[in-house]
Write a protein that binds this ligand. Structure first.
Ligand SMILES: [Zn+2]
Length: 1031
């Protein structure tokens, strides 16, 4: 195992069938497989999109064609490295480093990045393949709906791959074919009904598509003379064309006449990309000798690179906060990508809270007839009646209704529609397309009430928060709610309207859990609110004297599944100990003596498949399970976490939780829980990711179930969930100037509306290595590698994953040195855009998920791994590499002015004790936590003006709030901290720490650049890299 690459995760464990190549998390060693009926196991490696038969002419013959085995062992999965690299440990112990991310499997020729996944042998392709191969007999709601004859666009919308429909459907298993039928006629290009303009409501129309009638607009990629300017709705200062070399190929569009021949966005002038690159090259590709330049951190946040597209196109592009690619310039061929040794993938935050989101109601949602892509800013209009798909290049008709422009309320301006003006847009699916009503918001709370749980006091917090926020739960008049409590038995609560008080119903047969009164356990919230409030007020006392110590979590979850199966919904589980009785019982596996293991850590994979199986059953019924783990002891999160991972839930973990003994955890839990209860939620969701022909998806990261090749099943979706996708280049993109990616998230809102949120990202295609490097997004690369490393830790070993991370840095910098640099010079050389790469890799190696030699509880490590796979990029980066600021001497220089508030902008400092000084105060932003460290000799001014104390000794222990003092210093730092907090949806807790504080160790542990007993300093790490590179 240790010699295998990232790939191994895709091939291990023949009995799992959760979308093989897409969902590596699923793939634990086969001894935990599902004993499902005979079905295609891993042999049937599922390519990310419907496989097409090999077409020799499409592929570069010189490229290595993966064998069928290699297909399921995707090399990109983890690049490998030569086996001779030395281990990356401090000089004291130096076992040989045998492995890397991009390590090659012995049977597998290519290392990194992946070869095309798809070209399986015909035999493999024809193997029947079940999207739901979990052995559950429960039919999925979507299947049922889709088999109906009634048109159902939002559902069927998801049924196609981005390959032409017919061959794809023929190849995919009968099951898939069966359930994902033809798109409804209305969406297959049937001529739209004529008549008056369709009702089209736009909300938010102060938003991006308030086109300015008189503005000089540009038409991109189209040559139709009568079309008015498209692709531009926001007023932006226009430079004369000659000032925009990058946009020159489009400059004709500004002129009233359009006489050039038709071009699509993908066939822009060849000089286009080059012109653009030139303007960015100098800085991104500036050669940096990492051994000499120490201060590489920018003064503020690291910003993502801007794709080198013409301004007209880039202005319409998807926000990097929602959709980012590791390489903002896509390599033309897989061979080129292999050479760069950088991973290709997407980072998504698809349901992010947005301040401005164009929402469209229309009876016709315009999509490509062939690949079902939603019309977007990067399609091209051939004329007023035809548009060309930017993913499959099919020419489609423009439906009559689309000719009406809701902004100007006039006809004949299809290119001015909000759909072609916004890369992020939401559609409200027309109601006549729905067969059954969208599900109501359903919330079920499952609470541990064993002695251990009650003792922590968490029940008070949960019940009080629920009482406080009951009216803020997203929903409408149909919202339902229910409660289950459990210890060694399961307790249901009859909350039926008319009862004088809630009725507790105890089910003690945990071997065969049944619902005592199925119809009155889940009740309408508005009708039964008083009973619900009664229950919440009495629950904490009901169990205060309990002597019951056992936890039957598994049976409680089975009860929850039964209760929610008819509707779907959200289950929130609170667990405080290792479940010991009934189905899913677990045994302690952690050995405290192994917490500081120097090399490998055991038990990162689940001990039982019970939770995964149940999660997949839940997923089939549109139920997501969110897990709140509040515990002082080992709970086996590696096993329990599966219940959330595969049902698209989320995991929260509060180690050493106790209301009285650990007030800071309690505060954090309170804040998190409030956000959890009140944030937006989407039900019965699915997300499909499409990309331009030639590109393909081969692995997804995040919490979901892979339902079919490019379709994720998300019973719930929340605004704090991130996803990552690894991509490969299957067919050379030789004739293309740009490629596009589209993520479509179909969900039911808490108000019962079926909605589709669509994000489209457009990126240039380049043919040279230097262009690829110039477009590298170092944070996105780091985040994708982190997800890959989590998979590797589980499928192979922690040391494998660590080596692979290190080798990712070595391999890419080697490639840069040997293939891009023309003049060799001494030192460790990096292009400026990747200069933080080694630092981030080192930060990952020191992060709780991957660190060795330093004590880390197993559950905390597993939780850190969950976070890496689930957190959106921005928060993930702060967890891995926090931002450090000196705050005792802030000035207003460079300050922001927000709503008449001055927000100082102190410089981000390197994470090293060298930057700390005893006479200062330093703020560390760790994402979910803020630390304010006060130096022992901190100036008296700061102590009095900010902390309100006379001396260092008088600073209280466990101080968590800054007093509101009427001083400049106080308002500055509070404005800064408030500003940091406002930028994220959750509420980071502040810890004010002194040298004596317990949390000082936590704070110091984040000093990534310093050497510790078990880890290299940044400089030593650079030397190690240099040594490997110059070999
Ligand atoms: Zn298409």
């Amino acid at each position: 195992m240790s010699s295998s690459g990232f790939a191994s995760q895709n091939g291990a464990g023949a009995t799992y069938a959760n979308g093989l190549s897409q969902n590596p998390v699923a793939l634990y060693p086969s001894n935990q497989g599902y004993m499902t009926p005979p079905q295609p196991g891993y042999l049937n490696a599922m390519p990310a999109k419907a496989p097409t038969p090999p077409a020799p002419s499409c592929y570069n013959p010189s490229r290595q064609q993966p064998s069928p085995v290699a297909m399921s062992q995707h090399p990109l999965s983890l690049p490998s490295s030569p086996n001779h690299r030395p281990a990356l440990v401090p000089p004291a112990h130096t076992p040989p480093l045998t492995n890397s991310f991009y390590q090659q499997h012995p049977q597998q020729p290519p290392r990194w990045p992946p070869p095309a996944v798809n070209h399986a042998s015909p035999a493999l392709i024809s193997t029947p393949q079940q999207p739901y191969s979990t052995g559950t007999s429960t039919p999925l709601v979507f299947q049922n709906t889709m088999q109906s004859p009634a048109p159902l666009p939002p559902y069927s919308a998801l049924n196609n791959t981005h390959m032409p429909a017919a061959p794809a459907l023929n190849i995919v298993a009968p099951h898939t074919h069966h359930s994902f039928g033809k798109p409804p006629a209305a969406l297959r290009g049937t001529p739209p009904p004529s008549g008056p303009p369709p009702p089209l409501v736009t909300h938010n129309d102060a938003g991006p598509y308030s086109a300015q009638p008189g503005a000089m607009n540009r038409l991109m990629g189209t040559a139709y003379p009568s079309l008015q300017p498209a692709y531009q709705s926001v007023p932006t200062p226009q430079k004369p064309p000659h000032m925009q070399p990058a946009a020159q190929p489009y400059s004709t569009a500004a002129a009233p006449q359009y006489q050039q021949p038709t071009v699509s966005a993908a066939q822009l002038g060849p000089s286009l990309a080059a012109l653009n690159l030139q303007s960015q090259m100098p800085e991104a590709l500036r050669v940096v000798n990492l051994l000499q330049e120490r201060s590489l951190l920018p003064p503020g946040a690291v910003t993502p690179p801007t794709p080198c597209l013409p301004q007209d196109l880039q202005r319409l592009n998807c926000s990097p906060e929602v959709f980012r690619c590791t390489l903002t310039s896509i390599p033309q061929t897989q061979t080129l990508l292999n050479k760069a040794k950088l991973p290709l993938g997407l980072l998504l935050h698809p349901f992010k809270d947005l301040s401005q989101l164009p929402v469209v109601t229309s009876s016709t949602i315009v999509r490509c007839r062939s690949c079902r892509t939603y019309i977007n800013p990067f399609v091209s209009f051939l004329d007023q009646r035809r548009w060309k798909c930017n993913l499959c290049y099919r020419v489609n008709d423009v439906p009559e209704e689309f000719m009406y422009n809701p902004v100007s309320r006039s006809y004949g301006e299809p290119h001015k529609r909000p759909e072609v003006q916004n890369a992020t847009i939401e559609f409200i699916a027309p109601s006549e397309y729905m067969l059954r009503p969208p599900q109501p918001a359903v919330y079920l709370f499952v609470l541990d009430v064993s002695h251990n749980a009650v003792e922590t006091g968490y029940l008070d917090v949960v019940c009080q928060s629920l009482l406080d926020n009951l009216n803020s739960l997203p929903g409408d008049a149909r919202t339902k709610i229910g409660f289950i409590t459990f210890d060694s038995t399961i307790h249901f609560y009859n909350l039926q309207e008319g009862l004088s008080q809630p009725q507790m119903l105890i089910v003690s047969d945990i071997e065969d859990v049944f619902l005592p009164t199925p119809d009155s356990l889940l009740v309408n919230l508005s009708e039964c609110k008083e009973l619900v409030q009664d229950l919440l007020r009495s629950l904490p006392q009901m169990f205060s004297k309990t002597m019951e110590t056992q936890s039957a979590l598994g049976p409680a979850l089975q009860g929850a599944f039964k209760l929610l199966s008819p509707t779907g919904g959200r289950v929130s589980v609170f667990q405080t100990q290792l479940p010991a009785v009934g189905a899913g019982a677990l045994k302690p596996r952690e050995e405290p003596s192994q917490r500081a293991a120097v090399k490998d850590v055991q038990h990162l994979s689940p001990a039982t498949d019970f939770y995964k199986k149940l999660a997949l059953d839940c997923s089939g019924q549109q139920i997501a399970v969110d897990l709140f783990l509040l515990s002082a002891q080992y709970c086996d999160l590696a096993s329990l976490g599966c219940i959330s991972r595969y049902s698209a839930g989320c995991v929260y973990y509060y180690p050493s939780y106790h209301n009285h003994h650990n007030p800071s955890q309690t505060e954090r839990f309170q804040k998190d829980f409030k956000r959890y209860l009140t944030r937006k939620i989407g039900f019965e969701a699915v997300m499909r990711i499409r990309c331009t022909k030639g590109l393909s998806i081969h692995t997804f990261h995040g919490n979901f179930f892979v339902r079919s090749t490019d379709l994720l099943s998300l019973p719930n979706v929340n605004p704090d969930a991130g996803f990552a996708v690894q991509m490969s280049i299957e067919e050379n993109l030789l004739d293309m100037q740009v490629v596009s990616f589209q993520a479509a998230l179909l969900y039911t809102s808490s108000k019962g509306e079926r909605r589709i949120r669509v994000h489209t990202l457009c990126l240039p295609v380049v043919s040279s290595l230097s262009d690829i490097f110039a477009g590298a997004d170092v944070q996105a690369v780091t985040a994708l590698l982190a997800s890959m490393a989590v998979d590797r830790s589980v499928s192979a070993s922690l040391s494998d994953a660590r080596d692979a991370l290190t080798n990712a840095a070595i391999d890419s910098l080697t490639s840069y040195r040997t293939s891009v640099l023309t003049i060799q010079q001494p030192g460790l050389l990096s292009p400026a855009c990747l200069c933080l790469f080694p630092l981030y890799i080192l930060a990952l190696l020191k992060y709780k998920a991957f660190r060795t030699g330093t004590s880390a509880r197993l559950d905390e490590r597993v939780f850190a791994m969950c976070q890496l796979k689930y957190q959106p990029l921005a928060y993930l980066m702060l967890m891995v590499h926090p931002a450090l600021y000196r705050v005792d001497n802030m000035t207003d220089e460079g300050a922001l002015n927000i709503n008449e508030r001055t927000v100082p902008q102190p410089r981000v400092l390197q994470l090293t004790v060298e930057k700390l000084s005893g006479d200062g105060a330093f703020l560390m932003d760790h994402g979910t936590v803020l630390y304010l460290w006060i130096g022992r000799n901190c100036s008296p001014t700061f102590l009095t003006q900010v902390l309100g104390v006379q001396s260092y000794a008088a600073v209280p222990q466990n101080m968590k709030q800054l007093p509101e003092l009427d001083t400049t210093e106080s308002s500055r730092i509070r404005a800064f901290i408030d500003w940091l907090r406002e930028q994220r949806p959750f509420y980071p807790i502040l810890h004010i720490i002194k040298d004596e504080s317990e949390l000082k160790a936590e704070f110091m542990h984040n000093m990534t650049e310093d050497r510790t007993e078990s880890a290299l300093s940044y400089y030593e790490f650079l030397l190690h890299l240099q040594q490997q590179i110059s070999k």
